[in-house]
Design a protein around this ligand. Structure first.
Ligand code: KMH
Ligand code: ZN
Length: 274
């Protein structure tokens, strides 16, 4: 089987130090967490950034500072900035990291609007998705297609047919978000069976669903995303001290199953990055 690409989603936009004091906020904290995740086996860092007090931001200067810090510590790692940002941000705000110097190799591209728990709505209209995809295409940025539900896969396939999203596509199935598809084996298999054979996929799942669902992805030939953005626990009731503990755990599981871990160089080959 193809080597396993591990993405570490080290920070997210929603989780706070009140929930787990090890969530990184500052540029230095983000750099340290990225480096530790990389050394543990992650080849991609899915990146959100914060102000020093934890407020989520998509500010290009903050992104640039964090990416520079990460690249100084681990030059080979693939940094994948989020264009999802946080609930309530405008499209212009969210798109800022695609203008960094150099352009990112990859960014997230969220493929639909959804409830996000309580009164929150994560808004991604068809026109927004097309606009973001065009901006990414014109800079040679590969989108990771964030699909929180089956209809978002159908949206990506439709936009692929129209030429807005290029082949081969790379999906991230996000399971167990309130308002999205459930984190169950049945639903994950349904998602996997809904994408073209020449595409790649990774899986992440919220909270206690992280390790079972990511393990199923590994078994089924998909890739793995772990990290504080999705889950703050190493095991039941035990807060992870660092993202690297979550990466180490998935490395152990994958090796036990007989699947080796991809280096960033190998991840670039698998994903067709330049
Ligand atoms: N923070 C969520 C509203 C992404 O990174 O593209 C959106 C999110 C998805 O995390
Ligand atoms: Zn994200």
């Amino acid at each position: 089987m193809e080597k396993l690409i591990i993405t570490a989603a080290i920070c997210g936009a929603e989780v706070t130090k009140e929930q787990n004091p090890n969530i990184p906020y500052t540029v230095r904290e983000i750099g340290i967490e990225a480096e530790k995740a990389f050394l543990a086996g992650a080849s991609i860092i899915h990146l959100h950034v914060r102000e020093d007090d934890g407020t989520p931001t998509q500010d290009i200067k903050r992104f640039q500072a964090c990416v520079d810090e990460i690249k100084n510590r681990c030059p080979d790692v693939i940094v994948q900035p989020s264009t999802g940002g946080a609930i309530g941000m405008s499209n212009e705000e969210r798109l800022q990291p695609i203008f960094m110097d150099p352009f990112p190799e990859m960014t997230s591209l969220d493929c639909g609007t959804m409830n996000f728990g309580g009164d929150e709505i994560f808004v991604n209209t068809e026109n927004t998705i097309i606009h973001f995809a065009q901006e990414m295409n014109s800079r040679g940025i590969k989108p990771e297609l964030e699909c929180f539900d089956k209809g978002m896969i159908d949206m990506a396939l439709r936009l692929n047919n129209k030429g807005y999203i290029k082949d081969p596509m790379h999906f991230n199935f996000v399971l167990g978000v309130i308002g999205g598809i459930a984190a169950t084996p049945r639903d994950l298999v349904f998602m996997i069976n809904s994408i073209p054979k020449n595409s790649t996929f990774t899986v992440c799942a919220i909270g206690r669903h992280e390790f079972p669902m990511v393990t199923l992805s590994i078994v089924m030939g998909g890739h793995a995303r772990v990290g504080f953005e999705d889950n703050i626990y190493l095991s039941k009731g035990v807060l992870a001290k660092s993202n690297s503990e979550l990466v180490e755990k998935i490395v152990r599981i994958s090796k036990e199953i007989g699947r080796d871990i991809a280096s960033p160089y190998q991840a670039r080959k698998i994903l067709g990055l330049n």
